[in-house]
Design a protein around this ligand. Structure first.
Ligand SMILES: NC(=O)c1ccc[n+]([C@@H]2O[C@H](COP(=O)([O-])OP(=O)(O)OC[C@H]3O[C@@H](n4cnc5c(N)ncnc54)[C@H](O)[C@@H]3O)[C@@H](O)[C@H]2O)c1
Length: 320
């Protein structure tokens, strides 16, 4: 329901974060009015500084655990710290952000009849026993561990999305995002790609947890933003959950070696004890995304790493 305004009014919660800032940029380039809502817990104004001054961009400091009253046509709900050191800093607030945040944003979507997309996560699969993970796999999640505030918070948010859909006919889109990387990642959040790049650029030892044989798949942020936009634009019957990620699988050791080679670093690799509940394998099955969104990633790991390295080399606040 778009009244008067010719442009679509799009709300991005967590819009000053890593993925959110790229999404805001893309939505503006597509001719939308963008409202970026963020409490700046892990996001920063630097990520969206270049958008401030654009008459179609608006920034609002707000915590999604409190209700929000705005008139919008679409909502991308990305607000939530995504890195373990950030979401474990205040685990109760993390659960509140996922659960109360979902309730508040779904309530808003219901009131203004907006379409709403949830940035869910591969963490809903926990330490998966099925490989690669398909959307109909219910997961293997520890409900009481140190990662549970994030994993269970996101699982509960998915439940809320589907209940608002069944009970109130809210048009929902649940996207299960797998490891995404690129410019504007937080430099010290301990996530593996940014960690390795920062360590390599300093010539510091590269810390690999465990023996480095655990695997991950890495999706470049431009590919992820394209997928999120396609998901929002998909038919109402495409509610998800849909896995979004790059199925290319690499061991952590392979990633470390690639980063060292691309940065021409003198860093050496050191190993440390694996943290609690760290999944051993993670790889998306993206059959549904290919079918419903006609999407698959197009940026290879080396090309994506080069752009990310260039960003970190230039200094944290430089534009991507
Ligand atoms: N990056 C990934 O690999 C990945 C993987 C799976 C899921 N996701 C999901 O995608 C979303 C974006 O992740 P990201 O990597 O850009 O992380 P990020 O930490 O850079 O962005 C999250 C943003 O949400 C904001 N935020 C946190 N709590 C908030 C609150 N209560 N109210 C308002 N704003 C709040 C933060 O300040 C930040 O700007 C998150 O929901 C995350 O769970 C990301």
């Amino acid at each position: 329901m778009r009244t008067y305004s010719i442009r679509k009014r799009v709300l991005v919660t967590g819009g000053a974060g890593f993925i959110g800032s790229h999404l805001c940029e893309r939505l503006l380039a597509d001719g939308n009015d963008v409202l970026c809502v963020d409490n700046f817990f892990t996001g920063t104004k630097d990520n969206i500084a270049h958008l401030i001054g654009n008459p179609h961009f608006e920034l609002m400091r707000h915590d999604v655990t409190f209700p929000l009253f705005v008139e919008v046509d679409e909502i991308y709900n990305l607000a939530c710290p995504a890195a373990p050191i950030h979401y474990q800093y205040d685990p109760v607030q993390t659960t509140k952000t996922s659960v109360h945040g979902a309730i508040n944003m779904l309530g808003l979507a219901k009131r203004v009849k907006a379409k709403i997309l949830q940035a869910s996560t591969s963490e809903v699969y926990g330490d998966p026993q099925l490989h690669p993970q398909r959307e109909d796999y219910w997961g293997h999640v520890n409900p009481i561990g140190v990662r549970s505030c994030y994993d269970e918070g996101k699982r509960c948010a998915e439940t809320l999305f589907f209940d608002y859909h069944r009970q109130n006919r809210v048009r929902i889109k649940v996207a299960r995002i797998f490891n995404t990387y690129g410019p504007r990642m937080h430099p010290n959040d301990g996530r593996v790609v940014s960690n390795f790049i920062v360590q390599a650029l300093k010539g510091a030892p590269i810390t690999v947890y465990g023996d480095g044989s655990q695997t991950r798949s890495f999706c470049y942020v431009d590919d992820m933003v394209e997928a999120l936009v396609r998901m929002m634009e998909s038919k109402d019957s495409v509610t998800g959950p849909v896995n979004l990620g790059n199925p290319g699988e690499f061991t952590i050791l392979e990633l470390a070696k690639k980063v060292i080679a691309l940065t021409r670093s003198t860093s050496r690799i050191v190993t440390k004890k694996l943290p609690g509940d760290d999944p051993k394998q993670r790889q998306p099955d993206i059959t549904l995304a290919k079918r419903h969104l006609k999407w698959e990633p197009s940026v290879g790991l080396e090309a994506g790493l080069r752009k990310t390295i260039a960003y970190f080399r230039a200094g944290k606040n430089s534009p991507a």
